[in-house]
Design a protein around this ligand. Sequence first.
Ligand SMILES: [Zn+2]
Length: 223
Amino acid sequence: MGETQGGHTGTARGVTGRRALLIGGAAAAVGTVALARDELARLWWRLPGVEKPRVAGAVDFRGAQWVSASSANYRRADRPDDYGIDRVVIHVTQGSFRSAVKVFQDPAHGAAAHYIVRKDGHITQMIRELDVAFHAGNREYNERSVGIEHEGFVEQASSFTVAMYAASARLTAGICRRYGIPVDREHVIGHVEVPGTDHTDPGRYWDWDRYMALVRRAHRTQA
Ligand SMILES: [Zn+2]
């Protein structure tokens, strides 16, 4: 064990060495091997021009249906390796589900979110979570967040259905779990709370208490 812990100084291997030290004892050797592999997997993608492999049609949330947004409405990235993800931004489409899908496919629109949740709870994913979607109107917030649209209108209380809240809460809980995001109102925010925005969504009829309770419950129970 002493050899494993003491042998790594300086250079990239030092990082592994320090982490191994934290693990300590009999687990150190096993930990070093696992961490070295993990580190390699993480660092490889950082080489210029190298991207994570992508499977056509793959989604980040099980059950979501993939419909690709126009590549003009997002920026390819390698999150969370290049940008950490620590926010979920809640939006309302101000139109039908169908019209939201259509504008996100329109290269002239200049904006799109990662997901759209339909009234009946159906979830469509249009941009991979590793990419930066143009949904928050704020570059830093786009880079650090996942955006979820909800079909409906901010001034129409009936837009927000039981099925929509339930599906969206599962989706947000999954995002929080994947990136270690705390399930609270500092990290799960409305578009209206993005600095500098003039957008009001999700609006006064979005029931935050109810929604966050559902997210917390889903977060606790998801495997
Ligand atoms: Zn919005």
